[in-house]
Design a protein around this ligand. Sequence first.
Ligand code: ADP
Length: 363
Amino acid sequence: MKYSTRIKNHFQSAWIWFLDIDVLQWALPIILAVTAIGFELAEHWDKEELKDVGHISEMIIFGIVGPIIINRILVWMQGLMNAQKQANAAIVTLNRELENKVHERTAALAQRNVEIGRANAELKQLDQMKSEFVSLVSHELRAPLTTLNGGLEVALQFAEGLPPAARRTLETMMDESARLTQFVQTILDVSRLEAGRFTLNLGPVAVAPILHRSVEVILGERRAIKWNLPTEIPPVWADETHYEQIIRNLLFNADKYSPVEKPIEIKVQIGTGNVCVEIIDHGMGIAPEMQVKIFEQFQRGQVGESAPPGWGLGLYFAKKLTEAQGGALTMQSPTWPDANYPGSTFSVTLPIASDVPEESEHA
Ligand code: ADP
């Protein structure tokens, strides 16, 4: 380094040192005191004025009191600066701690995400295994059940000569076997639908014939039906078999969960681009806590010995089937002013066939 630069640096550091408030708070008052007293002495030296009270007071004020006040002010400023320095240091420490905490938490979160991802993958795999297992068991059960049903049907045909108790047993066996077959079929359908292996044959479907056929099969002449259909209903875009399955399911429930003397209403409303079929019963209705989970698997409003037979799968499957056809299945209860029989309305909405865009027709 050049000599001149070195001197310049020394000068600069000396100047910075002098400007330091620790030095300044003493240096400045001393310089002021020396200057003021020196100036007063030089000005009035050898003169009588030096003994004058006025000049002595001037020297005390400018040479002692002034520098003391300046010293006090600088000490007070130094206190403020120290407090600010401490606050800054505290902020820096706090920031560092916060940054460390954020790093720790981010690392912990990343670790948790990895664990959740792993658990999720395991759950998916387990779910897949469960579906495959259920599907396999149901499939294996179907064949012996078909044989059993056939055998029982034949046995019932020749049951004339049997004692009444034996015939009743055969009939009960037939009913139970049919129920079990239906259960196995539903389980199979649900697992196929969940696995995306459920084939739908979508096309234009006439609504009214499906409604009439379903009423005939499920209710027959047993109940009063209140029809509320428009004269013309445009065909909907659906899979005929499965659309009918949904309607039958809802009629079956309306029959099961409402007193036989109360009519069931079937109403069709044509909306913008869709047709909505409403099955309205005047039964006990659905409690609010049940309404929120009614379309979930194995949810049943009534359980125990006195509960109507069922597995809590019908509505779950019906909703999945409706959605797979591009529609919606919703529920409302109560809909009836009678507090004891508020009833419920189940609505199946499907798109009007002519309104379905061409690309989804081929999907
Ligand atoms: P399941 O009838 O076999 O129990 P669902 O999935 O068809 O199964 O119905 C689930 C539950 O929803 C039923 O257990 C019943 O409590 C309630 N539910 C369905 N339909 C009606 C209805 N129309 N009125 C009153 N409750 C109903």
